[in-house]
Write a protein that binds this ligand. Structure first.
Ligand code: FMN
Length: 290
């Protein structure tokens, strides 16, 4: 039996034939670092996982055989998992003995409902969440800040917890009866804060922001921003880069642009984020759930 899932394109280049797949979307690189640690920990146990960067449009995921385990990483954006990651889950084949370990990286503001949301989506495809993690990572909107939130994270201490996550998950998967995480485990935010998180969304936040397009007076049409976009939201239009609707405001284009053609009010962004971080009662630490 071979089920095909393709995040973006119809092209097929590599095929998942093993039991473990580590998939992630990581605009600024932190979620990828955690994925790399998961891969290393699996390899130390003699497992060679299939690795899927969801930003690569020429790779596909096949869940093959009787059973498999998907390690799936997303950064938290406005208290949720990235829409592209959720869409990837919705495209998964329905599984009987398919297991998942969702993990998120978050910038010390609020991890929100990203994990329960990913778990619910996985469950709707009958993938059972056996473990999960939320990993602190330097806030990727604050790259111009002298002191970004969660600077230096994930550090070695955080990554040692990832080693524990892998070891604990493999132990669980060895059991004849694999016990999924209890439903309430991932509802760790205080009631009203979780409620507020469910009401937030990246789309609503973007609707309040000014349009994100390059300034044609500054742009030299080098095309670097198109290559930097992890979700394929940039296209050429009338000879200039144009940001499409599916932009997630990761600002990789802003960061890479040698001409500073993309407007970015770093001070205003920082003030807003620090306000949200101060209002959140969530403990700013990495946590694993087994
Ligand atoms: C548009 C945007 C929204 C974000 N929203 C949140 C958030 O709601 N809570 C939080 O703690 N961090 C938030 N972050 C920070 C990222 O979740 C964090 O830095 C993450 O580790 C980035 O992962 P990456 O390096 O793999 O892209 C946000 C970052 C961006 C760019």
């Amino acid at each position: 039996m071979c089920h095909r899932v393709c995040p973006f394109s119809e092209e097929r280049e590599e095929m998942f034939t093993g039991v473990h797949c580590v998939a992630y979307l990581s605009p600024a690189g932190t979620t990828r670092r955690v994925a790399e640690r998961i891969v290393r920990a699996l390899q130390q146990q003699g497992i060679d996982p299939f690795v899927l960067d969801l930003a690569c449009r020429n790779k596909q995921f096949y869940a093959q055989g009787e059973s498999c385990c998907l390690w799936l990483g997303s950064p938290v954006y406005v208290d949720h998992a990235l829409p592209q990651v959720q869409r990837f889950i919705r495209g998964l084949p329905e599984g009987e003995s398919f297991y998942a370990v969702p993990y998120v990286t978050w910038g010390a503001v609020c991890s929100g409902v990203a994990l329960p949301e990913m778990t619910q989506e996985l469950q709707s495809r009958r993938w059972r969440t056996v473990a999960a993690a939320k990993v602190l990572g330097q806030h990727s909107s604050l790259w111009r800040s002298a002191e970004p939130l969660a600077a230096g994270h994930p550090n070695e201490e955080d990554l040692l917890l990832i080693d524990q996550l892998v070891a604990g998950t493999l132990e669980k998967l060895k059991q004849a009866d694999v016990v999924p995480l209890a439903e309430q485990t991932l509802h760790y935010l205080p009631g009203d804060q979780e409620q507020q998180s469910w009401q937030k969304s990246l789309a609503k936040a973007i609707a309040l922001q000014s349009p994100h397009q390059p300034d044609h007076q500054r742009c030299i049409r080098c095309g670097g921003c198109l290559l930097s976009c992890p979700v394929g939201a940039l296209v050429w239009r009338d000879d200039y880069p144009h940001v499409e609707e599916n932009c997630i405001r990761c600002h990789q284009c802003t960061r890479i642009c040698p001409q500073k053609a993309y407007p970015y009010d770093a001070d205003a962004v920082e003030a807003r984020i620090r306000g949200f971080a101060a209002a959140s009662r969530e403990e700013k630490c990495t946590q694993i759930f087994l």
